[in-house]
Design a protein around this ligand. Sequence first.
Ligand code: ASP
Length: 304
Amino acid sequence: MSEPVIIAHGGAWAIPDNLVEAHVNGVREAVATAWRVLEGGGSALDAVEEAVVVMEDDDSFDAGRGSFLNREGKVQLDALLMDGATLRAGGVGCVEHIANPIRAARKVLSESPHIYFVAEGAERFAREHDIPLCPNEDLIIPREVERLRAFQATAAGAQTGLFSPMISHDTVGAVALDRSGNIAAATSTGGTLNKAPGRLGDSSLIGCGCYADNESAAVSTTGWGEPIMKLVLAKWAADRVASGNLPAWVAAEAMNYLKKRVNGHGGIIILSASGRFGLAHNTPRMAWASRTPRELSSGINCVP
Ligand code: ASP
């Protein structure tokens, strides 16, 4: 029997003061929901799915409704979850008509011999598995229409600002350990602002934005996706935990490696099957919350 643990993040960037409360409340709510699953004897996989659904439904974050718009003004979503006990994974990419892509990803994991579906095929799979589809407009909020307009109006911004740690990286993710000793990870995103249609980031790629293996660790990342993909960063981190390093140390090292090797920026949460966890970011802030039987913690820019 293990003591359950849940950690959630809601992005890593220069979260402005006026958005701090919404971000911290959002990750705390996600952790509270996942904790009820774990406390009731539910699986780590169910817990991370429920945590991510809460954050997809919260338009403070770049996931589900309220996500960044691509350069054509559409929401295009990616999500993945992974089960550390079996190494089964489920992912969807570039979906435009699913409010909770992590639910579709879970169906892929549980009910398909495949691991990953994209675009129309992913939506068809979702519909066939009772996931409701919605118009893309239902996922768009005025704040994001204005954000895209302002971004596209600044030609210089369109060249460089996209890849600044000051610009939003509000991807969401969670890692959990259940009473049976299994770990799981989930990540969901609307990707980067003004992205090209069809662009897939790190978040929903196995080993990049998300990874889980009971023999190493459960990991979820956020940040500038292309550099994270180049380093296959979640798997890089999990391997270092498997070699005997503490998750807190590995998290800090992962951020150093990301910066030094490819000039990337972002944040990471890591949980081992023994219940040790760590988080780190090389951006000004990162929204996170964690819960163990003894402690509920949350924060915006410090480690637990
Ligand atoms: N990593 C995500 C992507 O590049 C963005 C983010 O974390 O906010 O799609």
